[in-house]
Design a protein around this ligand. Structure first.
Ligand code: IMP
Ligand code: MG
Length: 192
């Protein structure tokens, strides 16, 4: 007999592995409009290059970019961080590199969530060595008090307490990225 969490769930509200909604779809839409307006203001007369850190930031970058009223360019990179399912170690490998040369560009790294900060710290060192004109970070979520490294964050969507979150790009074992809101995950990681 398969357990409850082995069955596909028709709606997130039926899924016993999902807890409370932490950021609603409406709150995301409002905050993204604000962040987009800030970036539009801060980068007047320039054409920033937005870098999406795959896969978690894919929804965020797609929605954010549409709120930036500037000629932006988009690029993508993928990193894999060694560590357990839910904790990163800070040892990062670039799995997919950028297509666009960063030399002289105004770069904004678009990240889903900063937990220990180790992944982002590594990434920023790597990107800084490619001589961009400027390098800033726009992170959707920051887990308060968890940072072992303090990467400089120019833009932060929401500061949240330390719980494991899924939805709007965030996953557990590749699931839940397509939830329209951000929820706590209360199931067992790797228990599926
Ligand atoms: P850090 O290196 O500890 O800051 O971890 C950052 C990465 O771990 C994020 O970019 C996410 O991919 C992943 N991560 C951290 N916390 C969560 C979470 O609550 N849900 C889903 N993924 C997370
Ligand atoms: Mg990520």
């Amino acid at each position: 007999m398969p357990g409850a969490s082995d069955r596909p769930h028709l709606t997130p509200d039926d899924d016993p592995d999902l807890g409370e909604i932490v950021v609603t779809e409406e709150a995301l839409a409002r905050r993204l409009a604000e962040l987009g307006a800030e970036i539009t203001r801060d980068y007047q007369g320039r054409s920033p290059l937005l870098i999406c850190v795959l896969k978690g930031a894919v929804m965020f970058m797609a929605d954010l970019a549409r709120h930036v009223e500037l000629p932006v360019e988009l690029d993508f990179m993928a990193v894999s961080s060694y560590g357990s399912a839910t904790k990163s170690s800070g040892v990062v490998r670039i799995v997919k590199d950028l297509d666009i040369d960063l030399g002289g560009r105004d770069v904004i790294v678009v990240e889903d969530i900063v937990d220990s900060g180790l992944t982002l710290n590594y990434l920023l060192k790597n990107l800084a060595s490619r001589d961009p004109a400027s390098l800033e970070v726009c992170a959707l979520l920051l887990k308060e008090g968890q940072q072992k490294a303090e990467p400089p964050l120019r833009y932060v969507g929401f500061r949240l307490p330390n719980t494991f979150l899924v939805g709007y790009g965030l996953d557990v074992a590749e699931r839940y990225r397509n939830l329209r809101d951000i929820r706590t995950f209360v199931g067992e990681v790797g228990g599926r």
